[in-house]
Ligand binder design. Structure first.
Ligand code: CDP
Ligand code: CDP
Length: 226
C-alpha cells in the first residue's frame, strides 16, 4: 500500500507540533516530533556532562543509546533507554542548548537516518526544521508554518502560565529569536522553506483553522485516498 508523508517545518512556536499531532490523529498516521529527539540528546548530554561542542562524543552517545517516541493517546512520551524524559526535555536549560547540539553535522546525519528509518513503510506526519528539505525530500505534502515573533512568544508565554510556571515575555522573545537565528544560520541543514513547501502564516489563525487548511491540502494531494 502506498504510504503518505507529510512534512511540517518552521520556527519555534509556529504551532508545528500542536497541528501535526491533530492532523496525524485525524488521518490515523504516525506523528514524529523530531525536535523532541534533539531535545532528548541535549538533555542526556547535559546530564552526562558531555561537552556540547564535542561533536564526536555527542554522536557516539546518540549511536549507542535509543531514543523512543511513544504515542500514548493524546500525549507523546519521549524515552531514552526506557527512561521517561518527556517533561525533562522542555526546561529552559535544554531550550538554551538544543540548537548548539543540533548544529553538528555528524549528529544531524545520525538523527536523519533514525528519522527516515522510523518513517519507513508507514504514513507519517513529521515536524521539525529540515523535514521537507532533507529528511523527507519526497514528501507528498510539505508545509512551512510560521507566525510573527511576538505571536509565537505570546503562545509560549501563555503555555507556561497555564501550566503554573512563571514566565517573562521579553526573555521568551530573546530565547526564541536566538534559537531561530542559530537554526537558520547553521551550515548543515538550516531551517528554510523547501522550494515546494506551502507557506502558512498562523499569526491570526486558530489551531482549528490551520488544521482545516492542511487537511484540505492533504485531500487535494492524495485525491481523498487517505
Ligand atoms: O518546539 P520548539 O519549536 O520550541 O522546538 P523543537 O521543535 O522542540 O526543536 C528544538 C530544537 O531542535 C530546534 O530549535 C532546533 O535547533 C532543533 N531541531 C533541528 O535542528 N532539526 C529538527 N528537525 C528539529 C529540531
Ligand atoms: O511546535 P512549535 O514550536 O511550532 O509550536 P507548538 O509547540 O505547537 O506551540 C504552539 C502554541 O501555540 C501552543 O500552545 C498552541 O496551543 C498555540 N497555537 C497554535 O499552535 N496555533 C495557533 N494557530 C494558535 C495557537
Amino acid at each position: 500500500m502506498k504510504t503518505i508523508k507529510i512534512a511540517i517545518d518552521g520556527p519555534a512556536g509556529a504551532g508545528k507540533s500542536t497541528v501535526a499531532k491533530l492532523v496525524a490523529r485525524e488521518l490515523g498516521y504516525l506523528y514524529i516530533d523530531t525536535g523532541a529527539m534533539y531535545r532528548a540528546l541535549t538533555y542526556m548530554a547535559l546530564k552526562e556532562g558531555i561537552d556540547l561542542n564535542d561533536e564526536q562524543e555527542l554522536n557516539k552517545y546518540l549511536m549507542n543509546h535509543s531514543i523512543q517516541l511513544i504515542n500514548d493517546g493524546v500525549i507523546q512520551k519521549v524515552e531514552i533507554d526506557g527512561e521517561d524524559v518527556t517533561d525533562l526535555i522542555r526546561t529552559p536549560e535544554v531550550n538554551k542548548n538544543v540548537s548548539l547540539v543540533a548544529s553538528h553535522p555528524e549528529v544531524r546525519k545520525t538523527m536523519v537516518k533514525i528519522q527516515q528509518d522510523l518513517s519507513k513503510d508507514q504514513s507519517v506526519v513529521m515536524d521539525g526544521r529540515d523535514i521537507g528539505t532533507y529528511v523527507l525530500p519526497n514528501a507528498e505534502l510539505k508545509i512551512y508554518l510560521t507566525a510573527s515573533i511576538n505571536e509565537r512568544a505570546k503562545r509560549r508565554y501563555e503555555e507556561l502560565i497555564k501550566k503554573g510556571f512563571q514566565a517573562n515575555l521579553e526573555e521568551i522573545i530573546e530565547d526564541i529569536s536566538l534559537r531561530d537565528k542559530r537554526d537558520k544560520e547553521r551550515a548543515t541543514a538550516p531551517l528554510k522553506q523547501a522550494d515546494d513547501a506551502i507557506l502558512i502564516d498562523t499569526s491570526s489563525l486558530s489551531i482549528e483553522e490551520v488544521v482545516e487548511k492542511i487537511m484540505k491540502l492533504v485531500h487535494e494531494r492524495t485525491g481523498g485516498e487517505t
